[in-house]
Design a protein. Structure first.
Length: 190
């Protein structure tokens, strides 16, 4: 892999995964995070981007649904979804076919789909008396959480777990695996 690979990270919230990914690739010879985009002006991910000296931008639902949004992504090779909650429009899925990578805080196909994010997922896992949960890193297609699975990692769900304590276990798995899996996938496809 000789050419530079440029990443855009989409995030809707605090941005801890976005920061972790940016730091992971900061000294990489070929892969770099060029920009961080959010659908929320007040998302803390913008503060993290500023500290990392990575440009960050906010966009509206109207802008996102219009295919002219592709201009904003000129020069971007891969899109990484790190806690981004909107469904990716078809035009974007087509333009970045097999080049949009998402992470989900459960073992898909269980506990996926619209509305299944963050503490809602962890609450549903606990209420279903699951013995384990984990993360799923997958490609994005036109449906929520239905793209090809690239990697899963598991953790035990203890009887005493709460959505918060389970979230801590899930975050540890995300931080450990997400940047590495992104890098391995990109290396294998370039």
């Amino acid at each position: 892999m000789d050419k530079k690979i440029n990443l855009a990270i989409f995030a809707s919230g605090s941005g801890s995964n976005a920061e972790n990914i940016a730091k992971y690739f900061a000294k990489h010879p070929n892969i770099q995070v060029n920009e961080i985009l959010s659908n929320k002006l007040d998302a803390f991910v913008h503060e993290r981007a500023k500290k990392l000296a990575i440009p960050s931008f906010t966009f509206s639902k109207e802008e996102f649904r219009d295919s002219s949004f592709l201009k904003r992504l000129e020069g971007i090779d891969y899109i990484i979804l790190a806690g981004f909650l909107w469904l990716i429009p078809d035009y974007l899925v087509r333009a970045f076919s097999n080049r949009i990578i998402n992470i989900h805080p459960a073992l898909l196909p269980k506990f996926g789909g619209k509305g299944m994010y963050g503490s809602q997922v962890h609450k549903a896992v606990i209420e279903s008396y699951e013995a384990e949960s984990g993360i799923t890193i997958h490609l994005v297609n036109e449906e929520y959480d239905k793209g090809e699975v690239l990697f899963q990692a598991k953790c035990k769900v203890e009887p005493k777990d709460t959505p918060d304590s389970l979230a801590q276990k899930i975050h540890a798995l995300e931080y450990e695996h997400f940047p590495r899996v992104i890098g391995e996938y990109i290396k294998a496809h370039n």
